[in-house]
Design a protein around this ligand. Structure first.
Ligand SMILES: O=c1nc[nH]c2c1ncn2[C@H]1C[C@H](O)[C@@H](COP(=O)(O)OP(=O)(O)OP(=O)(O)O)O1
Ligand SMILES: [Mg+2]
Length: 208
């Protein structure tokens, strides 16, 4: 990021020590912990610290990631990393997008959310089944500094859903050029190509 006409802001390095994973989604926390392995960080999740789950009032993935990271850094006094992500379906104008978690309702019923996506696409004559996942990461420090990164993976929607290895919409997402859905892949295979791994590659290159 650079200020108007000013020098680009230096990237803040992340030193070995405690880092809060500012997420209340166990599937995500598991993936993030694996993606951060080997960098000397002692990761602790927002749930373990009893941090609140803030309302996601932003209008973009990056805004929501920053909002979640900021709350966790301010309340814990530690650097905090948040992930805001979602599945964007071309035929639905990018929905569910930033509303991907909310489409699953309070009960986090992704079976129902996947069916809703399928029904809405199915109702459109000749609809494209193209979709992509986005992952925005925000790394916030208690003094107000923040870094952002964004990753993406393209693919198509399959029906019925396949596999039970991932979380969220994984069973209905077939990444480009593959014959297994994210739900059928082991974590390592998903991390070779996922939106989250793409964002983490950028984070790792910048802050370590
Ligand atoms: O790799 C993924 N594979 C499948 N589904 C995914 C993925 N990545 C995001 N998604 C979907 C489900 C998730 O619930 C929602 C993100 O919503 P998002 O608000 O960022 O996360 P969340 O509410 O589940 O947890 P939290 O905000 O505490 O980090 O998009
Ligand atoms: Mg959320």
């Amino acid at each position: 990021m650079s200020g108007e006409g000013g020098e680009p802001q230096a990237i803040r390095k992340l030193r070995p020590g405690k880092l809060v994973i500012a997420s209340h989604n166990p599937g995500k926390v598991r993936e993030i912990a694996a993606l951060l392995e080997g960098h000397g960080l002692d990761v602790v999740s927002a749930a373990e610290l009893d941090l609140p789950e803030p309302e996601e009032t932003g209008t973009t993935f990056v805004m929501n990631a920053e909002l979640k990271a900021r709350v966790a850094a301010d309340l814990s006094g530690l650097p905090a990393l948040a992930d805001d992500s979602g599945m964007c379906v071309e035929a639905l104008g990018g929905d569910p997008g930033i509303f991907s978690a909310r489409w699953a309702g309070e009960r986090k019923d992704f079976g129902a959310a996947m069916r809703l996506v399928q029904d809405k696409v199915d109702a459109i004559d000749g609809a494209s089944r193209d979709a992509h996942f986005v992952c925005a990461l925000a790394l916030a420090w208690p003094d107000g500094h923040v870094e952002w990164f964004e990753g993406r993976v393209d693919g198509t929607l399959v029906w019925p859903p396949r596999g039970d290895k991932g979380f969220g919409y994984d069973p209905m997402f077939l990444p480009e050029g593959r014959d297994q859905t994210f739900g059928e892949m082991d974590q390592d295979e998903k991390h070779a190509i996922s939106h989250r791994a793409d964002a983490f590659r950028q984070l790792v290159a910048a802050v370590f």
